[in-house]
Design a protein around this ligand. Structure first.
Ligand SMILES: Nc1ncnc2c1ncn2[C@@H]1O[C@H](COP(=O)(O)OP(=O)(O)O)[C@@H](O)[C@H]1O
Ligand SMILES: [Mg+2]
Length: 98
């Protein structure tokens, strides 16, 4: 479960993500699309705990990435039909796509 609530991310004066709200239930296939500069990479980095929101909260599996990042990364992802991938590997796995 992914829960993004009221997330704004600024790089200095630059607003990269503006008041984003997004909820993705367990097991749901979700396409995260947008033009260049829309804030996709910034959002994914916040989901990995690599960046923190300027405002708002980002939770994975109920854990706030700001305060409970270690717990969030202990959760297991189970891509189907493949082998379980630990969320601890997210930053490395996602780094390929960032
Ligand atoms: N490190 C950064 N410093 C300043 N501005 C940034 C930085 N990273 C991204 N941006 C800006 O934030 C906006 C969103 O970028 P990004 O999250 O990379 O979008 P996307 O992945 O959808 O192309 C863009 O305007 C981009 O130029
Ligand atoms: Mg990008």
């Amino acid at each position: 479960m992914i829960e993004i609530r009221g997330v704004t991310k600024r790089y200095g004066p630059k607003v990269a993500v503006s008041d984003l709200n997004l909820s993705v239930p367990d097991g749901e296939l979700f396409a995260f699309l947008g033009p260049n500069g829309a804030g996709k990479t910034t959002t994914i980095k916040m989901l990995c705990g690599l960046l923190f929101p300027t405002e708002g909260t980002v939770k994975v599996g109920g854990y706030d990435l700001r305060t409970q990042g270690d717990e969030a990364r202990q959760l297991e992802l189970r891509p189907r039909p493949a082998v379980p991938v630990r969320k601890a590997q997210w930053p490395r796995v996602l780094a390929v796509h960032l």
